[in-house]
Design a protein around this ligand. Structure first.
Ligand code: HEC
Length: 120
């Protein structure tokens, strides 16, 4: 046996160093993601992670009822068949009659899509 007994240790060391580099690069990537989330914080939450049902209950149910049955605003049952997605988006953006404009600020697209699907 003329193999140097140090070699396995050296190999393990090299692997360890490699792993350190790998993890620190991954860490950098994560840090960037975190920074991005912080910067656009409000925005990403508003546009990406909205639950339309929840948003409806918070924002729209006061006038349209939590079963869509209508309160001061009209019932929204069947509104998904009455209007196209674009028309609903328009109502959300610009208001309609006594409905104030901008009720779904930034979420018009998602809300309209959900209404067309859920409130046939
Ligand atoms: C301040 C009360 C109020 C709030 C809050 C409100 N609406 Fe309305 N909405 C109305 C009224 C009143 C009308 C009827 C307007 C008209 O036709 O003159 C209406 C009409 C609508 C219509 C058209 C219904 C139809 O049959 O013509 C849709 C769709 C609608 N609202 C969706 C929503 C959504 C989605 C939200 C929440 C993002 C919301 N509204 C929040 C009062 C409200």
């Amino acid at each position: 046996m003329n193999r140097n007994p140090i070699i396995p240790f050296v190999l393990i060391m090299v692997m360890g160093i490699g792993l350190m580099f790998l993890l620190s690069f991954k860490g950098l990537g994560d840090a960037k993601d975190l920074a991005k989330e912080k910067e656009g914080g409000g925005k990403t939450e508003e546009t990406a992670e909205v639950n339309p049902e929840e948003f409806y209950q918070q924002t729209c149910a006061g006038c349209h009822g939590n079963q869509y049955e209508g309160v001061s605003g009209p019932s929204l049952k069947g509104v998904g068949s009455k209007y196209s997605k674009d028309e609903i988006k328009d109502i959300l953006t610009n208001g309609k009659g006594n409905m104030p404009p901008g009720m779904a600020a930034g979420k018009e697209e998602q809300m309209a899509e959900w209404i067309v699907k859920e409130l046939k």
